[in-house]
Design a protein. Structure first.
Length: 83
């Protein structure tokens, strides 16, 4: 019950779980798109596979870095408030 209260009061965030879910959905989309290109005899399937996974990873890493920066700043604020 306490965890639910923390989520409802925005003391704990759902963003890490949502980002992981969206990341794997994006990877699934890249794999499906690459497979579709492969089955339709398009030569670009290998480029779509490699660069699609790379771009998806880079986008989500930048979002996770932003979130982790917020977490670190919050921890610093909490330690300063304790003093």
């Amino acid at each position: 019950m306490k965890n639910l209260k923390n989520y409802l009061l925005f003391k704990k965030f759902m963003m890490p779980f949502v980002l992981q879910f969206l990341f794997w959905g994006g990877i699934g989309g890249v794999l499906y798109g690459s497979y579709w290109l492969y089955t339709n005899d398009n030569w670009a399937w290998i480029m779509a596979l490699v660069f699609g996974i790379l771009v998806t990873r880079l986008i989500f890493e930048s979002l996770i870095i932003r979130y982790q920066t917020y977490i670190c700043l919050r921890d610093i604020k909490n330690k300063l408030d304790e003093k």
